[in-house]
Design a protein around this ligand. Sequence first.
Ligand code: NAD
Length: 254
Amino acid sequence: MKLLITGAGGTVGTMLRQGLRDSLAAEKRLLDINPIAPGIGEEFVLGDVTDLAVVRQAISDCDACVHLAAIPVESTFEKILQTNIRGTWAVFEAARLEGCPRVVFASSNHATGYYPIHHRISPSDPPRPDSYYGASKLFGEVLGSLYHDKYGVRVACIRIGSALPRPVDERHLSTWLSPGDLTRLVTACLTSPDLGYAIVYGASANRRGWWDLEPGRRLGYEPVDDAEVFAAEVEPGPPDEFQGGTFTRPEATP
Ligand SMILES: NC(=O)c1ccc[n+]([C@@H]2O[C@H](COP(=O)([O-])OP(=O)(O)OC[C@H]3O[C@@H](n4cnc5c(N)ncnc54)[C@H](O)[C@@H]3O)[C@@H](O)[C@H]2O)c1
C-alpha cells in the first residue's frame, strides 16, 4: 500500500507513523508545511495542504490518504476556514482527480462537544459542535459524504478523542485514544473491505468513555487500552459540564 499522510509531523502523525511502521507494510509519503525528517520507507513533501496542485502531486499513485493537517484547536474563523475547510476540500478533490480510492479524515470529538458529560452518544446522534474548529470537522465529514456518494471515494471520518501517549487530566479518562489503539483504528479504516462511508469515534476502551465504539468495530477496530489504569496519576480537575471541556466556554472562541 502507498499512503499519503498530511500533517504527518504533528502529534497524531508522529504516533501513527511509529505505529504503522510495525503493523502495516506501507510506503509513506508525508506532506507537511513544516519540515520533517523522513524515516525508512518515507518520502517527505514540503507543502501547504490548501494548495490543490501540491496535494494532487502528493496523492498521485497513492492507495489511500490519512488527512491530519489542520489547526487542531479553536481559532479565528478566517484561520479555520483557510486551513481546515479549504485544506480538507483540497484533499477530497485531489483524491477524486488523481483516483485515490480511500481517505481517512481526522475529525474530532469537538463535532459533538456540547453533549453533557456521561451522555452516551453515537455517530448517528445530531452534531453539537462546540467551536468553529468542531464545525469545520463537521464540514469535512459532510464533504466526505458528498465525495463518497458522488464519486465513490471510500471515506472514514474518525472523531478522535484525545490522542496522547497517556492521559494527563480527568477528561482524558473518558476521551483517551492510546497510540496503539490509534494505529489499530486507522489500520482498520485503511484496510476494511466493508468501508463505504463511515463516521466513527476514536477512543480506547475507556471504562469512563462516552462514545459508542461499535461503528469502528464494524470496520475491524478492536481497542485494547483503557485510560482507567492511569486514574490515580492524572490531574484532578473541576468537572466539565460538557464533553468538549474548555472548548465549550464562550471565551474560547475569538
Ligand atoms: N491530538 C488529538 O488528540 C486530536 C483530537 C481530535 C482531532 N485531532 C485532529 O487530528 C489531526 C492532527 O492533530 P495533531 O494533534 O497531530 O495536530 P498538530 O498540530 O500536532 O499537527 C498538525 C500538523 O499539520 C501541519 N499543518 C498545519 N497546517 C498545514 C498546512 N496548511 N499544510 C500542511 N500541513 C499543515 C502542522 O505543521 C502539523 O505538523 C488534526 O486534524 C486534528 O484536528 C487531533
